[in-house]
Design a protein around this ligand. Structure first.
Ligand SMILES: Nc1ncnc2c1ncn2[C@@H]1O[C@H](COP(=O)(O)OP(=O)(O)OP(=O)(O)O)[C@@H](O)[C@H]1O
Ligand SMILES: [Mg+2]
Length: 267
């Protein structure tokens, strides 16, 4: 299995505050990998470094066998890696259609863009009905569909998604997860899915990584993670610091410390 995306020993600081410590993960071609963890774990920071919205200062990131050290954000997109950022950032004052067209700008192949827009409308009929509506007036779920659709327009090999389920009703979340599965099946897309909704994410993903305090605490297949005591603790809100948790998860759960303790570490 060759890695489509290979992230090795990435560290990152905002000013003097270090928030990522030697983070490594990988995703094979056509694989869906999830990164779960509590608020402040460093998940968004990690995706932003991979997509190069943040500078890569320490560590290595390879995509489809290419080093990306020298690449800008646009360079990474051209190589086939696109980020759907947290909070569905669409261009509010542009129509649905124009948002999609802009997403295809980087590939510069007008013919394929048209076909891909058709494909987006197939997958999300609600967007098709609202093609000329201003994106800012779409519902939250519709904006999330548009953000994913726009990312599809760059014809990616790797799609990074930052909390696509945020603020969505369960049915809409289920639909988004279903669409991600379809995209992988039909085009062999590699997907890295950051989620607070561990249940939905582990339901879709092949494998996952649990992050907390800027570190990867554990990784495994989705089935392994679902059964993992640390994962259950983090989401039951009873874990404390990662080292202690690793030594004796049962003990820590007895302390009843809130999950906020995990987030506070990163600060
Ligand atoms: N621009 C910034 N400047 C300073 N600190 C930041 C900045 N962005 C994030 N941080 C801090 O970095 C840490 C990691 O934040 P990040 O957004 O990556 O976490 P996250 O895992 O995505 O959390 P959430 O689940 O809440 O989205 C947090 O402590 C946060 O306060
Ligand atoms: Mg985040």
């Amino acid at each position: 299995m060759s890695a489509m995306l290979e992230v090795s020993n990435v560290s990152y600081s905002y000013g003097r505050a270090q928030v990522l410590y030697d983070v490594s993960f990988e995703a094979a071609e056509g694989e869906i990998v999830t990164i779960i963890g509590p608020n402040g774990a460093g998940k968004s920071t990690l995706l932003n470094v991979v997509a190069r919205s943040h500078k890569l200062r320490r560590g290595n990131i390879r995509m489809a066998g290419h080093g990306t050290e020298r690449l800008s954000q646009a360079g990474v997109v051209k190589l086939g890696c696109v980020l759907v950022p947290e909070g569905r950032q669409v261009f509010s004052s542009l129509t649905v259609h124009d948002n999609l067209v802009l997403g295809g700008y980087v590939s510069r192949r007008a013919g394929t863009a048209k076909a891909t827009i058709e494909r987006v409308f197939d997958i999300f009929p609600r967007l098709s009905e609202r093609s000329n509506q201003l994106a800012g007036t779409l519902s939250g779920g519709e904006q999330q569909m548009l953000a994913i659709g726009r990312a599809m327009l760059s014809r990616p090999k790797v799609m990074l998604l930052d909390e696509p389920s945020l603020g969505l009703a369960p049915q809409m979340t289920a639909r988004i997860m279903e669409v991600l599965g379809e995209l992988r099946r039909e085009s062999g897309l590699t997907i890295v899915l950051v989620e607070q909704n561990a249940h939905a994410a582990l339901g879709l993903a092949d494998r996952g990584y649990l992050m907390s305090g800027g570190r990867v605490l554990t990784s495994g297949t989705s089935a392994e993670l679902k059964a993992d005591r640390m994962v259950q603790q983090v989401y039951l809100g009873a874990a404390a610091d990662p080292d202690a948790t690793r030594q004796d998860p049962t003990q820590r759960s007895a302390t009843g410390q809130p999950a906020a303790a995990l987030s506070a570490e990163a600060k």
